[in-house]
Design a protein around this ligand. Structure first.
Ligand SMILES: C[S@@+](CC[C@H](N)C(=O)[O-])C[C@H]1O[C@@H](n2cnc3c(N)ncnc32)[C@H](O)[C@@H]1O
Length: 222
């Protein structure tokens, strides 16, 4: 199994417009959904700078912030303190979560669990299943095999689904695991799959248009 490697957040500057400080669109839907379901214990798995931890804490959830990057946890903690919110923090590897069996109601891991290889992915999914309560839910995103990073780069191949990202930036040399629809269904076959979406996102860089594809998946533990 490839060694885990988190983001280098030290090179990411933040301001109020920074995407990592503003909750994702789907997090507002999940907040509403999980509030209505009476969920309370929320795990922000791979919390980054804490944009979802803060959102869920402000809305009454008990929040567990988890990331392999000490810098990520440090910055999430500083933000929570500014907001006078009390959260729980752990630095660690998603391959071994420090939470008890069946202790978590809801997990959000947006662009996180892809940072491993095929063997690691199976381990993370086992960990998610272990810590979720019955009827607990997890929303996650995974890089798609239709995206340029998988199809068009000569980045080193780790296994049939995984490449090592060689683009300069905070993800330099982190593993990226990619899926297609059939693989998503296979990976989460022990869960009830509530939804699978395949989303294309566009962005501009140096007057050129790029796009990337991700699978968004919502699963429930039976
Ligand atoms: C793209 S960022 C997403 C941050 C956050 N989920 C968000 O949406 O703002 C990916 C995060 O996953 C973390 N990460 C990568 N590999 C990890 C691992 N093995 N265990 C825990 N966290 C990991 C990185 O350090 C980084 O903070």
């Amino acid at each position: 199994m490839i060694e885990s490697k988190g983001w280098n957040w030290k090179i990411v500057k933040e301001d109020k417009e920074c995407i990592w400080k503003n909750p994702s669109i789907e997090s507002y839907y999940l907040l509403n959904r999980w509030k209505n379901q009476g969920k309370k214990e929320f795990l922000d798995l791979g919390c980054g700078l804490g944009r979802h931890s803060i959102l869920f804490a402000k809305n009454g959830f008990n929040v567990y912030c988890f990331d392999i990057s000490e810098e990520a946890i440090k910055r999430t903690k500083a933000w929570a303190e500014e907001e006078k919110l009390e959260l729980n923090y752990n630095v660690g590897d998603m391959l071994n979560l420090p939470y008890k069996d069946e202790s978590i109601d809801a997990i959000l891991c947006r662009n996180v669990i892809s940072h491993t290889d095929t063997e690691g992915m199976k381990k993370v999914i086992k960990e998610i299943k272990r810590v979720l309560k019955k009827d607990g839910e997890c929303y996650l995103t995974l890089g798609s095999k239709s995206t340029w990073g998988f199809k068009e780069t000569d980045w080193p191949m780790i296994d049939e689904n995984t490449k090592l990202k060689m683009e300069e930036g905070p993800e330099y040399k982190t593993p990226h695991f990619y899926v297609d629809y059939e693989l998503v269904k296979k990976l989460f076959s022990e869960f009830k799959i509530e939804l699978i979406k395949h989303i294309e996102e566009f962005y501009e860089n140096n007057n050129k248009t790029y796009s990337s594809y991700h699978y968004h998946v919502l699963i429930k533990k039976n």
